[in-house]
Write a protein that binds this ligand. Structure first.
Ligand SMILES: [Zn+2]
Length: 237
């Protein structure tokens, strides 16, 4: 038939194209980029949560400041009453003094809470700085990886384009009928659709072929496909 050589060439170009397929070649890079993106997103979410928590702590601190101001004033008033006491009975004076002691203890407790809130805020600030620095690093790595990925993809696509140009010129050597068969087998098999026969075995799936079919392939007027893997079978010249 004479078309065997061209079919084999076409099939071998297909195998080369498959080997260059960016989806396959770059799948690890793609996964790494997706992983980085997820990490960056989770850091952004963390920073967002921290921002809300910080705002609520600031509110608590402001409320506590106002409350302590009021308590301080109450304490001063009590002290004034105690120092300027005229005409109070001893019992009343003791009562004022006890109220002052209680107000002082209350104020100290408020101060403790205030200080611990400030400490917490400071700790949060340090954590935030760390997260922000890590997020910045990750973004840098991410951008670099995306750039590399695009370059690699373009390079693969250029190589595939060059192979396709070769493919076009070989297709011109084949009849329409043969091309239709080639294309339909390629679609079904999903990879290089032509196999040679070697030692009575299909070199696509390595399953033996009957004598009868070997004779058909050798002397037949048309192309035959492997009964097992469906590839077009060609006798090596
Ligand atoms: Zn086969």
């Amino acid at each position: 038939m004479g078309e065997g050589k061209f079919l084999l060439e076409l099939s071998s170009i297909q195998a080369k194209k498959d080997a260059l397929d960016p989806k396959r070649v770059l799948s690890e890079d793609f996964k790494a980029i997706k992983g980085l993106k997820r990490q960056i997103e989770s850091m952004e979410a963390m920073l967002e949560g921290e921002k809300e928590l910080r705002a609520s702590r600031m509110k608590s601190i402001a409320a506590l400041e106002a409350e302590m101001g009021g308590k301080e004033q109450y304490l001063r008033q009590g002290e004034t009453r105690l120092y300027e006491s005229k005409g109070h009975s001893l019992r009343e004076l003791l009562g004022i003094q006890q109220a002052i002691v209680a107000a002082e203890a209350d104020l100290r407790a408020g101060e403790d809470t205030y200080l611990s809130l400030l400490n917490e805020l400071e700790g949060m600030g340090k954590e935030r700085e760390k997260t922000e620095a890590a997020s910045k690093e990750l973004k840098k790595t991410y951008n670099q990886k995306v750039r590399d990925f695009k370059l690699k993809k373009r390079d693969l696509e250029l190589q595939i384009k060059a192979l396709e140009a070769g493919e076009e010129s070989i297709r011109k050597e084949l009849s329409e009928k043969t091309l239709n068969l080639y294309d339909s087998v390629l679609k079904r098999v999903g990879q290089a659709p032509v196999a040679t026969v070697w030692k009575q075995t299909c070199q696509g799936c390595h399953i033996g072929i009957s004598d009868q079919q070997i004779r058909k392939i050798q002397f037949g007027e048309r192309l035959y496909c492997c009964e097992n893997c469906e590839r077009i079978l060609i006798m090596p010249e």
